[in-house]
Design a protein around this ligand. Structure first.
Ligand code: E4P
Length: 216
């Protein structure tokens, strides 16, 4: 399973990349806004200098032509830029057009298996089901992920499943168990994956025993 960083923060991306945990990056308008008044294209370019894998840059137009125009512009920033389009009718029309023009699209804001089927048919390179946001409203995001993976396995569609809106280690572990192609997560979740109190306790005990025996 590839790990993508769900952030636009360059320090976090650099830190994860140093561990080999940044196979790609997903951004969205909210994440870019968190970085302050940065120039969007320059910022995406800076991310692409750190990460060789796919870097998602999201369009903000509402109509197909606007999305295609933005998408073509963003695809020139770097060869690894992937254009992110929303799962709306206009978004899927733009996905089809961009795909025909050789631009990879990550279809975002997917909340149902039906939507995921449409995105694959439209030529999406990635589909992003939002697990955490479904959990937030009392549904089960992992059930959606399982359904999409099961459906996609029946066909030779090129669309990769990108588990998104991951909020905790269980999301990541279960996405891996289900065979998701990619999991995108905030840096905080990567940090949570490291932690286990018995590792800390065990390490402290080893060092204490080492010192007790007179070694330095
Ligand atoms: C994915 O590409 C989205 O940017 C992201 O996963 C959304 O996560 P959130 O629901 O935590 O905002």
């Amino acid at each position: 399973m590839n790990f993508f960083l769900d952030t636009a923060n360059l320090n976090e991306i650099r830190e994860a990349a140093a561990f080999g945990f940044a196979d790609g990056v997903t951004t969205n308008p909210s994440l870019i806004s968190k970085e302050g008044n940065v120039d969007f294209k320059q910022h995406i370019a800076a991310i692409c200098e750190i990460v060789q894998g796919p870097v998602s840059a999201e369009v903000t137009s509402l109509d197909k032509d606007g999305m295609v125009r933005e998408g073509l512009e963003y695809s020139k920033i770097a060869p690894n830029v992937v254009v992110k389009c929303p799962l709306t009718k206009e978004g899927l029309r733009a996905t089809r057009e961009l795909d025909h023009q050789g631009v990879k699209v990550n279809v975002t804001l997917c909340f149902s298996a039906a939507q995921a089927i449409l995105a694959a048919k439209a030529g999406a390179s990635f589909i992003s089901p939002f697990l955490g946001r479904l959990d937030d409203i009392g549904e089960n995001g992992l059930v959606l992920l399982r359904d999409i993976i099961e459906i996609y396995e029946n066909y030779n569609w090129k669309t990769e499943v990108l588990a998104a809106s991951l909020r905790n280690p269980i999301h990541v572990i279960e996405a891996a168990r289900l065979g998701s192609d990619i999991a995108t997560m905030p840096f905080k979740v990567i940090d949570q994956l490291f932690n286990h109190p018995l590792t800390d306790k065990g390490q402290a005990q080893f060092l204490a025993d080492w010192q007790k025996s007179g070694r330095k």
